[in-house]
Structures are given as structure tokens and as C-alpha cells.
Write a protein that binds this ligand. Structure first.
Ligand SMILES: [Fe+2]
Ligand SMILES: [Fe+2]
Length: 196
């Protein structure tokens, strides 16, 4: 199967068949631990984003998109949950979930162009976020299983961005502005999540 073919019905996931890496957390550089915590938060927000869509719109295409993408984000989250025990996770998970619900619910409520623009913008940014993490992990903690997970998540996020951009290739400037705001908040959120 071509894993780069977007499918609004059920996007494939490059994480299928991947086992969570067995990492000795005490031997990991603190910088990598912080990155894993940030990605655990990111995937928590991603699942919550799609949860936030459910009560905010009745558009069948948006609901179908959200349900199918949520399944993939849940796979990502499970992988990071398997790596990071609760005491190593962010202390602000309730807040991050709330933020994710707002980040999905608000654009879905405003309409499909807003929703797809936000998803396309944020997922394209997450693609770059994983690329930077992969480069860092190659230098500081080149565990093959960890690299496989990060690469697979990155591939999925890139597919999600394309999927969303394809569904509304020409969003209005207001939707693009909202997407830029969502990307800015994601950047701030990831920085905070490395530390709390
Ligand atoms: Fe994800
Ligand atoms: Fe994603």
C-alpha cells in the first residue's frame, strides 16, 4: 500500500506494526527526555483536538476526517505513553487536553475552511518538529526503535497536513490567520511542555 496516498476515510499509519522502544530512561540525556515529554503532550493535544470537533460541527466530512485522524493520533499517543511513565509526563496534562479541545472545537465551529486550515498548518509544523527531534535523537540517543517511532509519526503528520490542505486548498485569509495563530501557540506550548 502507498502510505503517502491521502485518504479522508481512514488515513494509513506508518506506526502500524511498530513496537514501542524499550528505553532506559535513566540513561537518556535530559534533553531527549524533555523532547519525549513535549511529544507526549503534542500527541495528547492532537487526540483532544479531534475530540473537540465532535460537539462543534455537524459537517459530515469534518466529522469523518476528525474520527479517522483521531485513530492515528491515538496510536501515536499510545507509543509515547509506553515510553514515558506517568511521573515523567507533563504535570499540566488537563490543561493541554483543554487547549487541544479548543484548538479543534473553535475552528470546526467556525466552519470547514477554518478547521482544515488549522489542521494543515499545525500538522505541517509538527512535521518539522519531528524532523528536529529526529536530528537531535540521531546525535544524542540513536536508539533504532526510538528513531523508527519518530520517523513513523513524522510521516503520518506529513500525510495529515496534505490530507487537510487537499480538502480546502484555498482557505480565506481569516482561516490562514487562525492557522498561523494555532501554529504560534503550538510552538509556545511545546517549549513549555519540555519543562512542565
Ligand atoms: Fe500525531
Ligand atoms: Fe497528526
Amino acid at each position: 500500500m502507498d502510505t503517502l496516498s491521502p485518504s479522508p476515510e481512514a488515513p494509513p499509519s506508518a506506526t502500524i506494526g511498530l513496537a514501542p522502544p524499550q528505553l532506559d530512561l535513566s540513561a537518556l540525556p535530559p534533553r531527549i527526555l524533555r523532547e519525549l515529554r513535549a511529544s507526549h503532550v503534542g500527541e495528547t493535544v492532537a487526540v483532544a483536538l479531534y475530540d473537540g470537533v465532535a460537539g462543534a460541527t455537524s459537517d459530515p466530512e469534518v466529522l469523518r476526517f476528525a474520527a479517522s485522524h483521531r485513530r492515528v493520533e491515538r496510536r501515536h499517543l499510545r507509543l509515547f505513553e509506553a515510553v514515558l511513565p506517568p511521573e515523567k509526563r507533563s504535570a499540566l496534562l488537563a490543561f493541554w487536553r483543554w487547549s487541544g479541545r479548543v484548538m479543534g472545537g473553535l475552528p470546526a465551529w467556525l466552519g470547514p475552511p477554518y478547521f482544515y486550515a488549522v489542521v494543515a498548518g499545525v500538522e505541517a509544523w509538527v512535521d518539522g518538529h519531528y524532523a528536529r527531534q529526529i536530528a537531535l535523537a540521531r546525535r544524542l540517543a540513536p536508539d533504532p526503535d526510538l528513531l523508527n517511532v519518530l520517523e513513523a509519526c513524522r510521516l503520518d503528520e506529513r500525510l495529515h497536513a496534505r490530507d487537510a490542505a487537499r480538502l480546502d486548498p484555498a482557505p480565506p485569509w481569516t482561516a490562514r490567520a487562525l492557522a498561523r495563530l494555532a501554529v504560534f501557540l503550538s510552538r509556545v506550548g511545546v517549549r513549555a511542555a519540555r519543562w512542565v
